[in-house]
Design a protein around this ligand. Structure first.
Ligand code: FAD
Length: 324
């Protein structure tokens, strides 16, 4: 027909990177809307196939298989992400570490073998998490320590979101929403010109409501917490974010950290890092970074924010209160 075509919403859910992926776009054509979503999921699967620890033949799988033996030629993209990981280790004072695989595997959180490991095994695994044993030689990656393992679980999911966003933008999508297991990107405004309202999930176990919301456009929002991947043993709660210093799941006053930033890669890393740092150190660390904002939630339901985001956050659940 003639006249202006209406924007319509198209959405697809797929299971990717061990989690639920959801992509929504606004398009004038069903064919183009669905095609662009398909391309974005293909991009995410490419990343999964190169960066998964468990997919045989992936870059990370081969790097780990050849630990202590030989350098492994990898995709330029993998190399880029590993280099970023090395920089983040430095920036976060070692709290974020892409070669924590020995500890992550030992705890096995979310896996069949999850259990509290014997202390001596934790001590042993901790001897094999030194980032200086990760070497980059031209376009190859070498783990010098035969017992050290790479795990990009704290960065590659955010990166996959950013890449999916890039695919959508390249296809001319001006309005869309990507959610990869809680790593979210709000692309543009909604078609009506208003920003996306994104909820922050209640971090108390058993609850799924949004406790707050924030208006976002062309920004990512990523949360890390102790409420999603965990197990309970002897009434103790063990989650999947490991403090490299203790070798245990981090323990402090926090139940979640949410990062708002330009890229989901930054958000993925920094939410994990700030969560391990704890409220005080985490807040001052995030405040020191430009264009990064954060929401910290404590076990006693107090919500702390960085200065740049305070006015934008709307509390929806009155069991939670904003600090000061
Ligand atoms: P985040 O807080 O973002 O990150 C926590 C994760 O980072 C941990 O699970 C661990 O992997 C790692 N980590 C823990 N402590 C640290 C630390 N101090 N520094 C750095 N990293 C740390 N899950 C499955 O169940 N099955 C799969 O097949 C599967 N495939 C995946 C493939 C890829 C390429 C990636 C990136 C992840 C995959 N996952 C899989 C993992 C899963 O989907 C999430 O990435 C993972 O649970 C972490 O995301 P998060 O947002 O929950 O936690």
């Amino acid at each position: 027909g003639c006249g202006t075509k209406e924007l319509q919403s198209f959405q697809k859910d797929e299971f990717v990177l061990g989690t639920r992926g959801q992509i929504r776009v606004f398009s004038t054509s069903q064919r183009r809307g669905n095609a662009t979503i398909g391309k974005a999921f293909t991009r995410i699967r490419e990343i999964e196939n190169t960066m998964s620890t468990s997919i045989e033949g992936s870059d990370v799988y081969r790097i780990n298989k050849n630990a202590g033996k030989s350098p492994v030629q990898v995709d330029p993209e993998t190399l880029k992400l590993i280099k970023m990981g090395i920089e983040y280790e430095e920036i976060t004072g070692g709290v974020f570490n892409i070669v924590l695989g020995s500890l992550i595997d030992l705890w096995g959180i979310g896996k069949d073998w999850q259990k509290v490991p014997p202390q001596q095994e934790i001590e042993e695994a901790k001897r094999h998490i030194n980032i200086n044993d990760l070497e980059i030689i031209d376009s190859s990656v070498f783990i010098r320590d035969s017992k050290m393992l790479m795990d990009l679980g704290g960065i590659a999911k955010g990166y996959a979101v950013d890449e999916a966003v890039r695919v959508l933008k390249n296809d001319g999508v001006e309005s869309g929403f990507i959610n990869l297991g809680g790593d979210i990107y709000a692309l543009g405004n909604k078609p009506d010109g208003t920003p996306w309202n994104v909820g922050i999930q209640n971090p108390i176990i058993g609850k799924t409501n949004a406790i707050a919301r924030i208006a976002l456009a062309d920004q990512s929002i990523v949360s890390s917490g102790d409420y999603e991947r965990y197990f309970i043993e002897d009434d103790q709660h063990y989650h999947h974010i490991i403090d490299p210093e203790t070798g245990y799941p981090s323990t402090n006053e926090l139940v979640s950290v949410t990062i708002v930033s330009e890229t989901a890669t930054d958000g993925d890393v920094l939410s994990t890092a700030a969560f391990v740092m704890g409220l005080e150190d985490g807040l001052s660390f995030i405040e020191s970074l430009e264009n990064i904002e954060a929401v910290f939630i404590t076990r006693d339901r107090i919500v702390y924010t960085t200065s740049g985001i305070k006015d934008k956050l709307e509390i929806l659940d009155d069991l939670f209160t904003i600090a000061n």
